[in-house]
Design a protein around this ligand. Sequence first.
Ligand code: ZN
Length: 670
Amino acid sequence: MKYFKRYFAFILALVLICSNGGFSYAIADNSVESILFKNISQEELQNKALSENGDNKAVLFENGNTDFAIVIPELCSKTLREAVTTLQDVLEKMTGTMLPIVNESQADTAKSWFCIDAVMNTERPVEDGLYDGYRISVDDKNISICGAAEAGTRNGIYAFMEDILGCMFLTPDDTYIPKQKTIYLEKMNEIKKPAVQWRDVYAYETVQNKWAAKLRLNGIDIESENPELTIEQLQYEGWGTWCHNCYSYLSPDEYFKEHPEYFSEKNGKRVIEYKGRDAYLCLSNPEVFEIVKNSLAEKIAENPAQLYWDFSGNDNPFLAGCECSKCKAADEAAGGTGMGTLLPFLNKLAKAFPDKYISTLAYLHTLKAPENIKAESNVVIKLCSMPGDQASSYLDGGNSNSKQFKNQVEQWSQITDKIVVWDYVVNFSHLLMPFPNFAVQAKNQKFYEDNNIIGVFHQASRENGGEFACMRAYVLSRLMWEGSDMDVAECVSGYVTAYFGAAAPHIIEYMNLCASELYNSNKALGLYDGLLAQYDGYLSEDNVKRYCQIIQEAKSAVHGDAIMERRVEEIELSVIYANVLQPGINKSERQTSLDRINALCEKRNITMVCEWESLESFNQNGLKNAVSSEKRELNKPYLITGGVASGVVIAVVAVTVVYRIIRKRKKLIS
Ligand SMILES: [Zn+2]
């Protein structure tokens, strides 16, 4: 009996620790990435090396005086001229002196030249994998920024302002410019290349005021002057076609009546749609290939500058490709994936257009990489990180969602050396809610670099004013350019100091608390999380109260400074939004919070709180529905009874085991 008591107490303690009321279990291994932002002073933001002279230095400005003039090509595109004008403006704001801009034919009069693009006998840089990178050289009498093409030169100009002069293009309208009357530049002759060949951050903000050019994103159209174009229409720069487009090559209207065999078979019948959604083509039919090839040739002839051309299936989750005997056999031979028919088809297209990249989506029935088939060298595979996770990196694959994507990419990188990743980087259900996903980004970038990824499409919010929208776009853009060696914590900390001024220490405190509470919870960070998904984590009632306090302190720190107050209000909107959804707050606090959300949204012209719900509808029913569903979820009786029941079952099993052990021992002793 003595043994029984001792074992019983031990097992009971174990049960209590493990069951923790029946809801959660002790965490042995934390898969969430951690990050620590730090306070940086305004002085630390300045590039001190600029004011230090030395043998290896060239003088651009000395006490506001300069011998340099900017020399531009006779024929200069509008976007390149905009970059040059920005450079001139930034230098004037730094030093108080305006550098003249002259055409190449007028350059003789200047004593020293700041050469833009291939002027004054500058040869364009040639190097493998340069893409839209550039060469920068600095000497006593000559500074030169030149790309393999104009886009590279433009990137070089913006990089010069950020990397060397210490400016930051913080938002579409705000640039941080340090004051610096003397500028000594390190003499150099270097080639700089982007870490990712094709770079896009899909967000409302990146297409405003041509900010994408300053972010050095080449996946967004910055040439167009048409104000009518939507965000969607300004995306996918470089791509002639993007996705879900097989019917644009071979249209059912034109062919189905005469040639039903061109279309996918389902249950013994040729179909052009299934369950209300477009079906597929029959890719093992050689005539289909000829029609698609000719159609692609026409498309390319209409739009020859585009490098990437996608041919992919329609978006139909109910149909796993064509079921005809030929297609089925090929798919089965490839290990049961639609790529058994699609990849050989694509390889043939790629061979027909060797100077273009031919892309397709690995998605639904074509998600799985095929066995025994390799992709041609100009085939591009596009992979979406669905269901996605923004807490655990793809590099480590620490939870099931990040692991799933990690495996897919790794399998595909055995078959192709050209992958484009489509990642999702915001909470689409709650665009304003705190979403601490900065920690994961550097490791994700490292994963891309290790796995043949040539392009990254970071999908953020298409709506105005999402949570930390500008900072997120800024950091992701820098990361895609600089690569995984970039210190994300330092980049964010610098951004916060430049953008929030005297409020920066409070914003850093808030961001650190948010990130550490997510880390401590060891939870996934989903793209459609409701508040309750993080209610026992970083969005707990206590945490959100603490965020609100910190942001009030941030507001006090910049009181009277209208610009800074407005910037802090961007974060205030996020924390109050998290507060208004709390199931536990009383009616009057909810109303006060809702009024404040409306006032802040009105001030910044924010009309959407979710990708599919307007602020207006949120005011009418959305908030009520969200909170009542959370309350329902919280009070689900089966969770409580389930917790108690599981505790009882574990206890009974444990007691039985212990009882048997003791009986055995007693038998042995006797
Ligand atoms: Zn078929």
